[in-house]
Design a protein around this ligand. Structure first.
Ligand SMILES: [Zn+2]
Length: 241
């Protein structure tokens, strides 16, 4: 699984379920790697059109929500430095009902086309939402079936993985990324997801106060628990060019 050949730029592929997963869960990490010229592709399974938040005061309805959330996600990608965005066009809240083999095949094709060094997705059991778990399961199956180079990680919520043993993991399974220098971008991305965050007053406090609500670290679980080549403070294997 080690890579020795020089690659011109590192590539990261994130396969998530909804617009805002990328910003709310790991926006600091994505902004950090984008600032280091990592080429990032985000795949969102859905457009989040069944979301219950409509803005505050509401400015969306069921018909306008998909387009609005797509636009808000595009703005968030700009704020974070994500250059490529793809949708799988699955209806929001139905990812778990999509045929697993065909979903895995679609993600397999994306991985083969992009050829990423790092793949991020949800943990299939710890994802916290049926859409998250389903897209995580399919992405994990695709990555493992390909038996390819690179590393797969699961995104995690907040600082839960400060205590990984609660979830059946140990500290050696965790990668802890210092994102303190990228909280401006993370906050901007939160605000770009306007319909989702307008109801959260803290997001709209003065920047310093709002940023103080963010943790300084984001945490990832290694999918390959046996690997000894992975770092604990960087998603990329250090032998990469
Ligand atoms: Zn989500």
């Amino acid at each position: 699984m080690n890579i020795t050949q020089h690659t011109p730029s590192k590539k990261l592929l994130a396969v998530f379920a909804h617009p805002d997963d990328e910003s709310f869960i790991c926006g600091g990490t994505l902004a950090k790697y984008a600032s280091e010229q990592v080429d990032i592709t985000l795949v969102s399974a859905t457009r989040g059109e069944m979301g219950r938040r409509m803005g505050n005061p509401p400015y969306l309805n069921r018909e306008t929500m998909a387009d609005a959330r797509e636009m808000e996600l595009r703005n968030a990608c700009d704020s974070l430095g994500i250059r490529q965005l793809q949708f799988l066009d699955i209806r929001d809240k139905t990812v778990e009902f999509v045929d697993e083999n065909s979903l895995t095949a679609r993600i397999t094709a994306i991985i083969q086309e992009i050829d990423p060094d790092v793949v991020l997705t949800f943990h299939e059991k710890l994802g916290g939402h049926p859409d998250h778990c389903a897209i995580g399961k399919a992405t994990t199956a695709a990555f493992q079936k390909l038996d390819r180079r690179g590393a797969l990680y699961f995104i995690t919520f907040g600082d839960a993985m400060e205590r990984p043993e609660r979830y059946g993991y140990s500290r050696k399974d965790v990668v802890k990324i210092d994102v303190h220098a990228h909280l401006d971008a993370k906050l901007a991305a939160f605000r770009d997801h306007r319909c989702q965050t307008e109801i959260d007053e803290w997001v709209w406090l003065p920047d310093q106060e709002a940023k103080a609500r963010f943790g300084k670290y984001e945490y990832f679980l290694k999918a390959d628990r046996a690997s000894s080549t992975l770092n604990h403070d960087d998603l990329f294997i250090s032998t990469l060019g």
